[in-house]
Design a protein around this ligand. Sequence first.
Ligand SMILES: NC(=O)c1ccc[n+]([C@@H]2O[C@H](COP(=O)([O-])OP(=O)(O)OC[C@H]3O[C@@H](n4cnc5c(N)ncnc54)[C@H](O)[C@@H]3O)[C@@H](O)[C@H]2O)c1
Length: 359
Amino acid sequence: MTSKNKPKYEPKSILITGGAGFIASNVLRYFWKQYPNTHFHVLDALTYAGDMKNIDDAIHSSDRFTFWYGDIRNERLVDKIISQSEIVLHLAAETHVTRSIYDDINFFETDVIGTQVIANAVLRHKKTVKRFIHISTSEVYGTAMTEDMDESHPLQPQSPYAAAKTGADRLVYSYYHTHKIPAVIVRPFNAFGPNQHLEKLIPRFITSVLLKEPMTIHGDGSSSRDFVHVIDIARALDMIIQASAKDVEGEVFNVGTNKVTSVLEIAQLIEKLMLDNGKQKMEFSEYTLNVDDRPGQVNKHLCNYNKIKKCLGWEPTITLEGGMKDIIDWYVNNRDWWESKVWMRQVPIVTETGKVEFH
Ligand SMILES: NC(=O)c1ccc[n+]([C@@H]2O[C@H](COP(=O)([O-])OP(=O)(O)OC[C@H]3O[C@@H](n4cnc5c(N)ncnc54)[C@H](O)[C@@H]3O)[C@@H](O)[C@H]2O)c1
């Protein structure tokens, strides 16, 4: 039987940690439709980055959904939830690179210790947990030493966030080799989509334009990233759930597009889509304001996704240009979601030159 006509495996239950955050809430929405008979658990501490509004009312009020308001570092709670979960998707983390520069303790406690608590609970319930997917990040690689980065690229994290995520990534790897837990590590590149917090680049630029403020660009704007849509990330996770253990367990998979876009190009794309409508056209310079580079800034990230393509047939389907219009529309139509977060768009840090800047 080929994988095409193999009946789809429907897990009895899926735990999504950090399900009130950006990527995980989009993953929940996607999986909710994919698995209409599955029970979903979300464990989320609702930090400043989590928002209950990210979880649709229809999901929240359903009897196949349980929301656990709690911390991934709480062993008893995590044990109780994982004892009821067939699949564990671990996304809860402190995620903002700039914030990690001035307040890194939460990053190490949540991202490393929290992951250890999850991995230990998976180990205790190894007989019933079928798959544990740990969401790592391309930030673990640091600045690219090769044109594009595959999974064997050296891990050279350049920010406290990246260092904490590297600790978590290698912790899960070590648990696989030591205890043979059914772990898979996924390293998405820069995610984009709706429901993303205003502290991240694309929502910050879009809301700047909506608020008629300049788009703030770090350095000369040449720093560039590989942007992958949240739906494509959800599809990759789904394929990993469906894959056979021998193909994916103990493996690391990059998820990206092999296309690079600079910060300046993103500002230009947003300007084109939001301002080039005849009447409102303005010179680009009026909408940008340059500040120093963020300390520890990674210059370039370009994903080599050959491994997941070869192993699971995954390929990206939504380009940055193709997906951006819908995202702009989402922020235009959901002002009540983001207006209360405007004050959190910028974080004060001391740059290389000793200046305090808001990034
Ligand atoms: N956003 C990206 O571009 C990107 C790229 C690659 C990987 N990732 C990884 O994907 C995951 C999700 O990222 P995101 O950008 O959606 O994050 P996010 O900041 O939007 O959401 C994180 C969620 O985790 C919750 N959380 C934080 N600490 C917690 C704790 N101690 N206990 C329980 N819940 C807690 C928050 O309340 C929030 O709902 C993270 O692991 C991140 O490292 C993100």
